[in-house]
Design a protein around this ligand. Structure first.
Ligand code: IMP
Ligand code: MG
Length: 176
């Protein structure tokens, strides 16, 4: 067993994360009955959540990714959003579920919603694993939320600090 990292405190244990994702997948499956459903993951943080969510949805889905940079290497957002990788597919006429790891200020998602809406999807909604509502600067309408969390910096399950900790199975607070 590796020594536990003293900087980490478990906030949401792996089993609770998995239970919640299973329930979200069932709900999404029930709410989208027909037509193409695209899950669009926001790189890189959402890739682990998306992988589990996709398998929890009991109907066909398609997957693509979009790349965005907003945070750089620190814990604070630079406030600047840049598209670093565009979609490979056309989403016109399709149901689109934008899959995010965490909604914080809302700057990233309000920018992406604006960009993707112009491509005329049939519907465009958001699924996020985590939400820090107290930090919101731009209003965003989130259709599916895994957990609301307090204003603490978290890592694990895709979320990083300077590219570390993404592969933790638990969601942990990174003590400063
Ligand atoms: P927003 O534009 O401020 O909503 O930022 C959302 C992005 O910031 C997320 O996709 C994460 O990449 C990053 N982020 C926000 N809070 C945290 C956190 O607590 N841990 C790790 N990344 C975070
Ligand atoms: Mg992210």
């Amino acid at each position: 067993m590796p020594t536990p990292d003293p900087r980490l405190r478990v906030l949401i244990p792996a089993e609770k994360v998995q239970d919640r994702i299973r329930a979200m997948g069932e709900q999404i499956g029930a709410e989208y009955s027909d037509g193409e459903l695209y899950l669009i993951g926001i790189l890189k943080g959402a890739c682990i959540f998306l992988s589990d969510l996709a398998r929890a949805i009991p109907r066909p889905v398609r997957i693509d990714f979009i790349g965005i940079s907003s945070y750089g290497k620190g814990k604070k957002s630079s406030g600047e959003v840049k598209l670093t990788k565009d979609l490979d597919v056309t989403i016109e006429g399709a149901d689109v579920l934008l899959v995010e790891d965490i909604v914080d200020t809302g700057i990233t998602l309000s920018y992406l919603l604006h960009v993707l809406q112009q491509r005329k999807p049939r519907s465009l909604r958001i699924a996020t694993l985590l939400d820090k509502p107290s930090r919101r600067q731009r209003p965003v309408d989130v259709a599916y939320t895994g957990f609301q969390i307090p204003d603490e910096f978290v890592v694990g399950f895709g979320l990083d600090y300077a590219e570390d900790y993404r592969n933790l199975r638990d969601i942990c607070v990174l003590k400063s």
